[in-house]
Write a protein that binds this ligand. Structure first.
Ligand code: DAH
Length: 339
């Protein structure tokens, strides 16, 4: 008797079908009122006392695997039904496609590009992995020059010397090496600094560099260009050029705009002065022109460089730089209608 149950167990384990009719037939054959399992149960009383335990366990095993098989076959049967094109409703509306939004850094970068494009600047780009020459030496920052300490650098390799560019000023050099004046170009891109990550700084960020080289370019050209820019981007034209130092410009300045002191936030972000620092700038140092084989007696020019994150945070009143890199859709969704 037990060997008969074992035969049925084998039969169940070999059963395979996705056809609902076959599955029902299988169910009736084993679990129906007149099926094998109820037959084996009805025979229980005839089994010898000593075999009763093993017999009972065998029937239970048969019942268990029959139920499991039935469940498995039904699931497979349902997925087959789903794949069958007969059941597809072609008139059903499609699922909603949600439009993405542009990242705030991209929005502000493009706004800045558009402003300079209007006054004849083109766009140039350079590599993020730079060599020492383009990032430092050609910019009048020779090896061991203390001004290199202004920018904590991620060095990659010593020979050949490779590093992650610390500023987009390296693109100035590449552009001057490959183009003859007049030059009017802006270079947006990502830069890297070996700095701690906090609400105000990150180990990478974005900059836009500007460069203008021609005959007779003077400091007043720089000033007018910057006034045009601040009016266009911030709607403010009260600026001041505060003396500063950069190795690649002489003289050098820091551009501040008068933000105002209308709200409590204005007091906080301008440290009570009303003035905000926006970018570094100056007249290109003749050494830099000569390094790029441009005659500094014939040509002069100005350059400037600004951080895009800083401006983005100002314009959108973002307090913590890190939120710009988290890509939390709840944050990004808010820029859907910004252009
Ligand atoms: N490269 C500078 C920095 O990362 C910014 C800068 C200052 C760029 C003055 C310039 C410039 O072109 O003239 O801090």
């Amino acid at each position: 008797m037990i060997s008969e149950i074992e035969k049925k167990i084998k039969e169940v384990s070999f059963f395979k079908s996705k056809d609902p009719k076959e599955i029902e037939k299988f169910r009736l054959k084993f679990l129906g009122k007149k099926g094998h399992i109820s037959y084996f149960f009805s025979e229980f009383k005839k089994v010898k006392e000593s075999d009763k335990k093993a017999y009972g366990l065998a029937i239970n095993e048969l019942k268990k695997i029959t139920l499991a098989k039935l469940e498995e076959s039904k699931i497979k049967g349902i997925s087959k039904e789903k794949n069958n094109s007969k059941f597809e409703d072609l008139t059903r509306p499609s699922s909603i496609l949600e439009l993405g939004s542009r990242h705030p850094i991209s929005i502000i970068r493009d706004k800045i590009i558009d402003i300079f494009y209007k006054i004849g600047f083109n766009i140039s780009e350079g590599p993020e992995i730079e060599d020492d020459w383009h990032n430092f030496t050609a910019l009048n920052l020779p090896e061991h020059h203390p001004a290199r300490d202004m920018q904590d650098t991620f060095f990659i390799n010593k020979d050949p010397d490779l590093l992650l560019r610390t500023h987009t000023s390296s693109v100035q050099i590449r552009h001057m090496e490959n183009n003859k004046p007049p030059i009017r170009t802006i270079s947006p891109g990502r830069v890297y600094r070996n700095e701690d990550i906090s609400a105000r700084s990150n180990c990478f960020f974005h900059q836009i560099e500007g460069l203008y080289i021609d005959k007779n370019v003077s400091f007043s050209d720089l000033k007018q260009t910057l006034i045009f820019f601040t009016k266009e981007l911030f709607g403010k034209s009260k600026i001041r050029l505060r003396p500063s130092y950069f190795p690649f410009t002489e003289p050098s300045a820091e551009l501040d705009i008068y933000w105002g002191l209308n709200t409590e936030t204005d007091y906080r972000i301008t440290k009570g002065t009303g003035w905000l620092e926006i970018m570094g700038c100056g007249m290109v140092d003749p050494n830099v022109l000569e390094n790029c084989k441009i005659d500094s007696n014939e040509f002069s020019g100005f350059a400037f460089g600004m951080g895009i994150e800083r401006i983005t945070m100002l314009l959108y009143q973002i307090e913590d730089i890190r939120i710009l890199y988290e890509n939390d859709t709840r944050f990004l969704r808010q820029f859907k209608n910004s252009i």
